[in-house]
Design a binder for this molecule. Structure first.
Ligand code: GLV
Length: 318
């Protein structure tokens, strides 16, 4: 890029931490030449052509009249789709960072194995100084479904398959995944996976068609004793229905990183349910050291009018 003047990028990450902004600024300066990451709320942001944002205040991006490119600071773009004032003009790009797929797959594996190896039971026993074994569950070929087979879902499915699980990947449209992962798509196969798998992992993007996807009917389709893991978005789950299915003893429990309202409010009943493991949306945190390559490439491409990678299809919602 033309290094004669600083590249100005409007920045917002909803953490309130200035060190993160400076970290991004250093990473992008290394790749693009001098960059200034201008806090989105500053008046100087109004003249920026590029924005790097995570859950920006609704209405703010619409005020940046020269905006050419919006880069989501995460893989999800539901925070941008939900703001109807975001203008159509600027392209939207989402992060697809192998480092995040790696982190999210580790989080899933951690929780699948913790569940199957009775982590909760042994932690509770340890609190009581009880040294008691439970019969080890046989997990060879245990059927697991991964819903959402984009870049992250595929890595999760492959790593679970390498651990000896019988993995099916469900995607919105027909796709074929490499052996031994079984490929599934469409409503009929969705219901079939709900009925046949022991562990269900949601990693879907939030769109109108995935909102409330896991409702009372979906949980009723699941086998008694099934386990649900959500690393997608909270609004894909009807939370009251999940709680009912767990309290009725139909589901064994759930592990959730995402919630309809975040931070999860202190009065939310999930906090009181020991069969629900709560993580504060940390399954895969964006790492500027790795993700900056993609952000810099997107800014360079937008500056020269070159094609953009990981461009969001606004009509599809991701
Ligand atoms: C995290 O939730 C992301 O979308 O990157």
């Amino acid at each position: 890029m033309n290094a004669a003047r600083d590249v100005k990028i409007a920045y917002f990450d909803n953490s309130g931490r200035d060190d993160k902004r400076r970290w991004w600024q250093d990473c992008l300066t290394k790749r693009l030449g001098p960059c200034q990451l201008v806090p989105l709320e500053d008046s100087a942001a109004l003249a920026c052509e590029y924005a790097l944002v995570w859950y920006p205040p609704q209405g703010r991006l619409a005020q940046l009249k020269d905006l050419k490119l919006i880069v989501s600071l995460g893989q999800g773009v539901d925070h941008l789709m939900a703001d109807k004032s975001v203008p159509d003009g600027p392209s939207i790009v989402r992060l697809v960072d192998p480092d995040m797929s790696h982190a999210l797959s580790q989080w899933v594996i951690l929780n699948v194995l913790d569940y199957l190896r009775d982590g909760r039971y042994y932690r509770e026993n340890a609190q009581q100084k009880r040294f008691e074994a439970r019969d080890q569950r046989q997990t060879k070929n245990l059927p697991i479904a991964v819903y959402g087979m984009g870049a992250i879902g595929l890595v999760i499915a492959q790593r679970l398959a390498a651990l000896g699980f019988d993995v099916s990947g469900w995607s919105r449209s027909a796709r074929h995944f490499p052996e031994p992962i079984k490929s599934a798509h469409g409503k009929a196969r969705f219901d079939a996976l709900l009925a046949s798998c022991e562990i269900h992992i949601c990693i879907l993007p939030l769109t109108p068609s995935t909102t409330d996807l896991f409702d009372a009917a979906a949980f009723a389709h699941m086998k008694k004793g099934a386990y649900f893991i959500n690393g997608g978005r909270g609004k894909q789950v009807v939370e009251a229905d999940l709680l009912t299915a767990i309290r009725a003893g139909h589901l064994d429990g759930a592990c959730l990183d995402v919630f309809a309202e975040e931070p999860l409010p202190p009065q939310h009943p999930f906090w009181q349910e020991p069969a629900i493991t709560i993580w504060p949306h940390v399954a895969a945190q964006t790492n500027p050291d790795t993700a900056a390559d993609q952000v810099a490439a997107a800014i360079s491409a937008a500056a020269t009018g070159a094609p953009l990678s990981n461009l969001v299809d606004k009509s599809r919602g991701y």
